[in-house]
Structures are given as structure tokens and as C-alpha cells.
Ligand binder design. Structure first.
Ligand SMILES: Nc1ncnc2c1ncn2[C@@H]1O[C@H](COP(=O)(O)OP(=O)(O)OP(=O)(O)O)[C@@H](O)[C@H]1O
Length: 345
């Protein structure tokens, strides 16, 4: 089912958290809401669920206006960061609970709960209590419970934030698998860009209550709409150079164009000749972590990092660099202008 916001505004007293936002979440896709703390991700999610009522605008599920519809009638499943399981009920009872509330007959209830447990792979835990389960297992139960009533939309608010790093990766693969098997339209809220990019069909980036971009993960990385998105997406953070940067070769062709700032991802640098280069810098430090080598460079007061350069480089060397792929050019308002072509000669 498609979810659509039309000029939706949300105010808490004098604080306008969302100001006339518009977006469409395509049916059967997994969309991630991504942004820094306080940008309005959870508020947007709760507006979809009906737990919050919009101060203005309209919300549609397909063609149906649900702006004023009671949350219980919206057919959404909710999954929270803290799992929110009932501690005094077993796993099976937890999953069956919404079905009991819906007055489904006992036998069907049980069959449906077992089906959900198979989907989320917790059939061997059905008689345990939540406290006897790991965080990952508890989240599987919460997902089973949220899906038990076959919701049209599954809404997940930072579902992996309480898990350790390894389990987070395992569980995000699981959520992806479950979403693809069920094809339920899913919203996944996170402030972790890597998590959003790895799990989602599309990512909606928010900042200060405004939508910065809605794209597939590859476009978001390669063609950010503005400097905020460019910096929020990608590790290490994108390198930026002002037009006046001492690192830049004043003879470089790029100066024939209008721009205020350029963005270069660390993996785009290649070694160049002294006679034809874009950037000149000193190697300050070479950092090796596992198979990753990061070269920390300085030019005057400026610092930037290069990865993926396979060459014999030592600390304190002067290096000349060119760029492979698109340079991202930004105007004085930090919006993207255009990308130049492949710079590698
Ligand atoms: N019930 C509320 N009453 C008043 N202000 C609220 C309420 N809920 C949220 N806010 C405010 O709305 C803004 C957005 O909050 P929201 O929880 O949507 O952000 P978020 O992007 O999900 O951030 P986080 O990751 O920290 O949860 C914040 O400034 C927050 O203080």
C-alpha cells in the first residue's frame, strides 16, 4: 500500500517540527527515514501510524484519506527500539496478543502465530518469556507480533539501536529478508546512514523537519542534492574544498566553471603528475586498519583523507592527486550544481 503526505505540518505548541512536507512511499518497498536526532523522523512515523494527529495537511493510504482515522483502524504494525513485549506473556502469547484482541478464534490464532514465528525464525523459542531471550530474538518476536495481523504497513522506529554491532548487521539482513518475503510496505527509521543505505529500496533524508532528498541508496551517495546530504552519507565523510583552497591547483580546468565548493569522496583520489594535477598536499599520516589504508593529507591548514590509493607513499611525502569519477560542485547555498565528467586522463 502506498503512503502519501500532502502538505503535512506538525506543531508541538509553538514548535513547528514538520512544515508542509510532501512525499510518497511506494507500495511494497522498504523506505528508510534517515537524519540526525530531532529532525522529525519519529514524528513522521507516528503521523503515519495515527499515534500523532497532524496539525495541517492530509495523509493518504492509497486513495483513502486517513488523516483523521483512528490508529487501530489504520492497519499498521509497529516495532519499537525497546521491543515493547509483554514480560508476563510467553513468546507465543505475545505474538497471539493482537489476534486475541481482534477476537480471532484460538486455533487460527495459534496457527497464525506459528506461521509468523517460522517467518522470523524463532519457532524454538515459543514457550520462553521475553527476559530469557537475547535482544535480537526479542526483536524477532516484536516483528512477528507486528506482522501477525497482516498490516498494510510496517513501521519500525530505530529497531536495531539496542543491539550490538554484529547483531545489528545480522538483524538488518533479516528485516530485509522478511520485508521481501512479505512485501509489506515498510518504514525503517534510523540515524545510521550505513544501516539506511544497506537495508532500504529508498531513503528519505530529513534535516530540521525538511526533506532533503528521497532517492535510492546509490543515487544518494553519488548524486546528493546538497552539501548536507553529501556529508551525511558515506564514511569517511566527504572531503570538501572551497574555491580558495590552497590544496587546489589554480591552473586546473575546474576553475573555468562557477562553483563555491567541491566535494570529493576519499576513494576517488588517484595519484597524478606534477604537471597535471588537481590537488597538491603533504602526507601527514598513513593509517592501516585491517585491509583499509587511509592516507591523511594536509595542505596549509586543511585536512582531507584518501583511501584506495595503491602506491608507495610515505609520511611527509608531497603528493599530487587527480580525481576519478564525478566531482560534486556546490553553489553558495550549498546546493549541487552539476558534476563534471570523468577526470581521469
Ligand atoms: N510529544 C512531543 N511534544 C513536544 N515536542 C516534541 C514531541 N515529540 C517530538 N517533539 C519534538 O519534535 C522534534 C522532532 O522529534 P522526533 O522525535 O520526530 O525526531 P527524530 O528525528 O526521531 O529524533 P530522534 O532520533 O532523537 O528520536 C524534536 O525537537 C522534539 O523535541
Amino acid at each position: 500500500m502506498q503512503v502519501r503526505f500532502e502538505d503535512v505540518t506538525m506543531r508541538f505548541q509553538d514548535n513547528t517540527v514538520l512544515d508542509k512536507i510532501n512525499f510518497t512511499l511506494p507500495s511494497k518497498q522498504l523506505v528508510s527515514f534517515l537524519g540526525p536526532s530531532g529532525c522529525g523522523k519519529s514524528t513522521t512515523l507516528y503521523l503515519i501510524s495515527g499515534l500523532l494527529e497532524a496539525s495541517g495537511g492530509k495523509i493518504f493510504f492509497d486513495d483513502r484519506d486517513v488523516t483523521k482515522l483512528d490508529p487501530v483502524k489504520r492497519q499498521v504494525g509497529l516495532v519499537f527500539q525497546n521491543y515493547a513485549l509483554y514480560p508476563h506473556l510467553t513468546v507465543l502469547e505475545n505474538i497471539m496478543f493482537p489476534l486475541k484482541m481482534a477476537k480471532m478464534p484460538k486455533k487460527e490464532r495459534r496457527e497464525r502465530a506459528e506461521e509468523m514465528a517460522r517467518l522470523t525464525r524463532i519457532t524454538d523459542q515459543l514457550n520462553k518469556y521475553p527476559r530469557q531471550l537475547s535482544g535480537g530474538q526479542q526483536q524477532r518476536v516484536a516483528i512477528s507480533r507486528a506482522l501477525s495481523k497482516s498490516p498494510d504497513t510496517l513501521l519500525m522506529d530505530e529497531p536495531l539501536s539496542n543491539l550490538d554491532a554484529r547483531l545489528r548487521i545480522e538483524m538488518r539482513e533479516e528485516i530485509r529478508r522478511i520485508q521481501q518475503e512479505t512485501e509489506v510496505t515498510t518504514v525503517f527509521v534510523t540515524h545510521d546512514q550505513e544501516e539506511a543505505l544497506s537495508i532500504a529500496d529508498r531513503v528519505m533524508v530529513l534535516d530540521k523537519g525538511e526533506i532533503q532528498q528521497i532517492s535510492d541508496p546509490v543515487t544518494l551517495y553519488q548524486r546528493p542534492n546538497n552539501l548536507f546530504v553529501a556529508k551525511f552519507i558515506g564514511t569517511p565523510i566527504i572531503n570538501t574544498f572551497q574555491r580558495s583552497s590552497v590544496a587546489l591547483n589554480p591552473e586546473a580546468e575546474i576553475f573555468n566553471q562557477e562553483w563555491e565548493l567541491i566535494g570529493i569522496r576519499s576513494e576517488q583520489f588517484r595519484l597524478a603528475d606534477e604537471s597535471d594535477y588537481l590537488i597538491k598536499a603533504q602526507v601527514q599520516r598513513i593509517e592501516n586498519v585491517g585491509k583499509e589504508t587511509t592516507i591523511h593529507c594536509v595542505a596549509g591548514e586543511e585536512h582531507f583523507v584518501a583511501t584506495d590509493i595503491e602506491a608507495n607513499i610515505s609520511e611527509n611525502d608531497t603528493i599530487y592527486l587527480k580525481v576519478k569519477g564525478d566531482l560534486l560542485l556546490f553553489d553558495q547555498d550549498n546546493n549541487i550544481i552539476e558534476s563534471s565528467g570523468d577526470n581521469e586522463s
